[in-house]
Design a protein around this ligand. Structure first.
Ligand code: S3P
Length: 196
């Protein structure tokens, strides 16, 4: 499509003014968004918070009232809105990559970072976060680990489309932040030199 070609040309010629953190629940997106934004003097945004503000109710209530479709519709609206913003780091929800239009919007001006972790690490982090499992309706199950394994495997090809993938299991938040900033600055320099 002509429009897609035009987008690609623009992306080659410009620098990134957004960093999108994608990846499964419990991979560290919400934990890392602030330190990365602070280091760049950018604004930190959390998609689930923006969705809840827009809907006037929490994620659990949105799912209960309208199901996953209702949640995804608001999510896409917020992705479009945020994709117009400048100098922002965004912690996305784990399923935000499901819609192709979302993935395209993220890549328009953004450097897309996928945070990854082993399924056991994810289960442990979610448990330790103190959040109730019903805060993540898609993981509600008698066997959350099995649910994590199945859903993550299904989404892996979409997460793999990121510009940079970081395995977070054995890294501290400080180390993750450092690695992401290094990768971002390297890519930014390539973009400035016209070789992105
Ligand atoms: C979801 C992940 C959640 C939240 C919603 C759906 C998903 O965000 O957006 O429950 O589909 O994986 P986190 O990735 O912050 O848990």
């Amino acid at each position: 499509m002509v429009e897609e070609e035009a987008d690609e040309v623009v992306n080659d010629a410009m620098t990134y003014d957004q960093i999108w953190l994608i990846g499964f629940s419990g991979t560290g997106k919400s934990r890392l968004v602030r330190p990365i934004a602070t280091a760049l003097d950018w604004q930190a945004l959390d998609m689930d918070t923006l969705i809840e503000e827009d809907a006037g109710e929490n994620v659990r209530a949105i799912f209960r009232r309208g199901g996953e479709d209702a949640f995804r519709a608001i999510e896409t609206k917020i992705v479009e809105r945020v994709a117009e913003m400048k100098d922002v780091v965004i912690a996305t929800g784990g399923g935000s990559v499901l819609a192709e239009s979302n993935r395209e919007a993220m890549k328009r001006r953004g450097f897309v970072v996928c945070l990854d972790a082993r399924e056991e690490t994810i289960a442990l982090r979610i448990q330790q976060s103190g959040a109730h499992i019903s805060d993540r309706p898609l993981l509600e199950s008698d066997d959350p680990l099995a649910k994590i394994i199945a859903l993550k495997a299904e989404r892996q090809p979409l997460y793999a489309q990121a510009d940079f993938i970081l395995q977070t299991d054995d890294l501290t938040p400080h180390q993750c932040t450092h690695q992401i900033l290094l990768a971002f600055r390297e890519r930014q320099q390539q973009a400035v030199a016209g070789g992105a």
